[in-house]
Design a protein around this ligand. Structure first.
Ligand code: UD1
Length: 419
């Protein structure tokens, strides 16, 4: 168990580069097994989830090397289409290997990823999409046993919800399905576009990412050599800006794509922050008090991202007036609110809605990180609180933030991660 020790009340100043995107690198690493080949990825963040994915790749027989921000994967020696339970439990998004392994081996065997701290996270849409492409999936004793006895064939896949993971799984599997696959009501998140770009470097015929209709013309992928730089993380960008909004000061983020988190910028500007964007950069300045923003309503991209909701909420704890948050993507995404209240926040939650009444002061207190973004929200609140806060964290924040203590300290925060 580690502890984030934060002495609040310091304004943030300076510029910071932003790490590569966790939610982009994970499906791309899974895609690297689609055919025998060599993949070199750069700007890969050092995260617990990335480490777990590297272990999965090794377990499948791939040769994997990591050096600084580069990861090299040689999938020519892939020998297994099975992921052990221990690794599946570590990483919910490992379910993405289902589509990739089916495409490569015509079979896959892994255990159900199970629920998580954000409430039940079913995979019914993933399975529906893969079955539409010809997969035979048996759910036996918590295991998923998948095969394609008659081969994979392209099909129309209409998703009832624009699920990010189900869209990615369908895209991966469809690369090896004979004929054309049309994924309708596809997720439109920027990470889908990033996956499409990588699949094209492998020689796959994929188009439409970023729109609600993604098309894949399946073909036999030849051995490949692919190089790809991972896009900047839009949720980490949102976190650093929310931290500056909460603590005050002026921060510039470098190497980012502001158009990917424009709804967050809009909300922060609605709080009274000055925001300037340029190519690959965004600067936020906060002087004086924040004001409650217009209601923050989460939804699939391009709506306000659910992953940034806890961060924005933490930034608004001292904002003048009443801030309203509506969570439309996950149930149970307000568990961190109770922990924020230990620092003196006034938050009332009911079902999918949280109402924050701005307070004049937050004070340091012991608290517990309930999940990845909930943990980041606590850190943001602690930065704007007077006194010291200790946040007990069983590794949640390290799943998504690379050396977050050092990054915040470089901006002037008094923060230490104690193991
Ligand atoms: C991805 C992101 C996660 C983000 C989420 C929503 C990764 C690794 N994770 O998660 O950070 O919070 O998108 O932007 O990219 N659903 C079903 N059945 C399914 C699949 C999903 O009912 O088979 C529901 C979920 O319970 C949820 C909603 O659909 O309510 C959206 O989930 P989804 O877009 O699939 O999220 P993930 O891909 O798991």
């Amino acid at each position: 168990m580690s502890v984030w020790h934060i002495a609040g009340g310091r304004r943030l100043h300076g510029s910071a580069p932003v790490q590569g995107a966790k939610n982009a690198v994970l499906p791309i690493m899974a895609a690297s097994v689609l055919a025998p080949g060599e993949t070199e990825l750069t700007n890969v963040p050092e995260l617990r989830d990335v480490d777990a994915t590297l272990r999965i790749l090794r377990g499948l027989g791939c040769r994997v090397e990591r050096e600084a921000d580069a990861v090299y994967i040689d999938s020519s020696a892939l020998t297994r289409a099975e992921i052990p339970h221990g690794l599946m439990r570590e990483l919910r998004s490992s379910v993405i290997f289902l589509g990739a392994l089916l495409a490569r081996c015509g079979e896959a065997r892994l255990s159900m990823p199970g629920g998580c701290e954000l409430g039940p996270r079913p995979i019914d849409l993933h399975l529906m999409a893969l079955r539409a492409l010809g997969a035979d999936i048996e759910e036996r004793g918590g295991e998923l046993i998948c095969s394609a006895p008659e081969g994979l064939r392209g099909a129309a896949v209409a998703l009832p919800l624009p699920s990010v993971g189900a869209t990615e799984n369908a895209m991966l599997c469809a690369c090896a399905a004979e004929g054309e696959t049309v994924i309708m009501n596809a997720a439109r998140e920027p990470e889908i576009g990033e996956l499409q770009a990588f699949l094209r470097t492998l020689g796959a015929d994929v188009s439409g990412a970023g729109s609600a209709t993604v098309r894949v013309r399946g073909r036999r992928l030849r051995p490949f050599r692919a190089e790809h730089r991972i896009m900047p993380d839009r949720i980490v960008s949102a976190t650093l800006l929310a931290a500056c909004a909460a603590a005050g000061g002026e921060v510039e983020l470098l190497g980012v794509q502001p158009q990917h988190f424009s709804t967050v910028l809009h909300s922060l500007s609605g709080c009274g922050c000055d925001i300037m964007t340029g190519t690959g950069r965004v600067r936020l300045r906060r002087e004086g008090n924040l004001l409650a923003p217009p209601p923050v309503i989460t939804g699939p991209y391009p709506a306000f991202p659910t992953d940034a909701q806890p961060l924005m909420l933490a930034a608004c704890l001292k904002a003048r007036g009443t801030s309203v948050f509506v969570e439309n993507v996950f149930q149970n995404r307000f568990r961190f609110a109770e922990e924020l209240c230990r620092l003196g926040a006034r938050i009332h939650t009911e079902g999918r809605v949280a109402v924050v009444t701005g307070v004049d002061e937050l004070h340091g207190a012991p608290a517990v990180a309930t999940d990845l973004r909930g943990g980041a929200a606590l850190i943001i609140a602690a930065l704007s609180a007077s006194g010291e806060t200790d946040i007990l964290d069983s590794g949640h924040v390290a799943r998504g933030y690379e050396r977050f203590d050092r990054q915040l300290a470089s901006l002037g925060a008094d923060i230490e991660l104690r193991d």
